[in-house]
Design a protein. Structure first.
Length: 439
């Protein structure tokens, strides 16, 4: 193992935040660590304790936006802890703590298997499962975090701990959708599934067709089975603006054609729906943002009546000049509403749709206006994958969930060493009186 001096780099020299990371201007960690082994992770955690530094963790660049404040922290980048391998008979992929979803797909797809992944293959696996995760297979198979079968992480005392359904069960519960901030994840084990026949792709219309297309899509989502996952998008902005519906149908060709008929009746200018292999799911969601700076916002919607969609179009539609770079309405429901007896801290999403807004930083006010205008239909809670660090505790998770998360954190990080992604897990050194025991 390398010495600690070989692992650490000064934060001011080594840290360059991703353009979409929402890091306050000029804020830098005290040091950056890029460990290449579990032993080096343990050394880094113990060094932080000796140096009086808190620890922030991320795998991919965008994840910094949810690590909280970076001042006086040691930022641990886990990207070198990559790699993945498949246990085909068990349908389990073991992936390093710094792996991205493309790594998991790469080993699962040749066996005809697919992870319950999110649509962006370059995002870190660990960060996704800690926050919940919704992707193309989620209406049929549930949250990404519910596919987690085991986690290995280095906790605040430098120990390597394995948590699963039988060991460290409260910790395992918290790691499935609780938001993280409980250690440095060094490996995860994920269930992968045989999706059966898949059809998917993008239907495209000019921006001017947004109103009739989105209303037709909304009505369509009220009828489709859980084997269909889709999102409606207003993408591109300016002269490149377009109205899109991206969809994945776990169905054979005749069934997929029948399900898509109402949308195809709207005469799309482009129809890219085709038979897909599991590996093709990674390339389905078009990234229109690239590496440009972006302000994100989001809202979980209990439902999406026609009135709400009209409000959405009035603020974000073509007549508003497409002030956003990308606006998505993702259809939820199906298995995402199912909460099992052994589910994690998130477990399910009690919401019918997810609004995701990406705006140029100078138009952040318009993104906030859109969220505010749609708030009468809000589900009353947020989705950790898109949340901002200053989100009020009550919007993050229910009070009983927060109490249990606090108790888990107090047990495994009593000195509040790890920077929690959100305020709902901070301050365990002086817990309020209503924080109950694990249960």
């Amino acid at each position: 193992m390398r010495t600690i001096d070989a692992i650490l780099r000064p934060g001011a020299d080594a840290f360059e935040p991703h353009p979409q990371a929402d890091v306050p201007a000029g804020e830098r960690p005290a040091a950056v660590a890029e460990p290449v082994s579990v032993e080096e992770v343990q050394a880094v955690v113990r060094h932080a304790a000796r140096a009086g530094l808190r620890i922030a963790v991320h795998t991919t660049g965008r994840g910094v936006r949810q690590t909280g404040r970076l001042a006086d922290t040691l930022l641990v980048r886990t990207g070198a802890l990559g790699g993945a391998r498949l246990d085909a008979p068990a349908r389990i992929v073991r992936a390093g703590g710094g792996s991205v979803w493309a790594d998991v797909t790469r080993v699962a797809a040749p066996a005809g298997l697919a992870p319950i992944a999110i649509p962006t293959p370059t995002v870190g696996v660990a960060g996704t499962v800690l926050a919940g995760g919704v992707g193309w297979l989620s209406r049929r198979h549930g949250l990404t975090s519910e596919s987690l079968r085991a986690v290995e992480l280095v906790t605040a005392d430098g120990r390597l701990v394995r948590a699963d359904h039988e060991r460290e069960r409260d910790l395992f519960w918290a790691l499935r959708g609780g938001g993280g901030g409980l250690g440095v994840v060094t490996a995860v084990e994920l269930a992968v599934v045989d999706p059966g026949p898949i059809h998917g792709g993008t239907l495209r219309w000019p921006a001017a067709r947004a109103r009739d297309v989105l209303h037709a899509w909304r009505e369509w989502t009220l009828e489709v089975p859980r084997e269909v996952t889709s999102m409606a998008r207003l993408a591109g902005g300016g002269d490149e603006a377009a109205t899109l519906v991206e969809a994945v149908l776990l169905a054979d060709a005749p069934a997929a054609d029948a399900l898509l008929a109402p949308l195809r009746a709207l005469d799309p200018a482009g129809d890219g729906v085709r038979p897909l292999a599991p590996a093709d799911l990674d390339a389905l969601h078009a990234d229109v943002l690239g590496g440009r700076p972006v302000h994100y916002d989001h809202l979980l919607l209990h439902d999406l009546p026609a009135e709400a969609l009209d409000v959405f179009l009035d603020v974000a539609g073509p007549q508003a000049g497409f002030p956003m770079l990308d606006v998505e309405l993702r259809h939820l429901g199906g298995a995402l509403d199912d909460r099992g007896r052994r589910s994690g801290a998130l477990g399910s999403l009690d919401a019918g749709y997810l609004l995701v807004v990406a705006a140029a930083p100078e138009r952040a006010d318009v993104a906030r206006d859109l969220v505010e205008e749609l708030s009468p239909w809000a589900a009353g809670h947020i989705f950790l994958s898109f949340v901002a660090p200053d989100t009020p505790d009550a919007e993050v998770s229910p009070a009983d969930t927060r109490r249990r998360l606090w108790a888990v954190r107090a047990l495994h990080d009593p000195e509040d060493r790890f920077v929690a992604p959100l305020g709902h897990l901070t301050g365990v050194a002086a817990p309020p009186a209503d924080r109950g025991p694990l249960g």
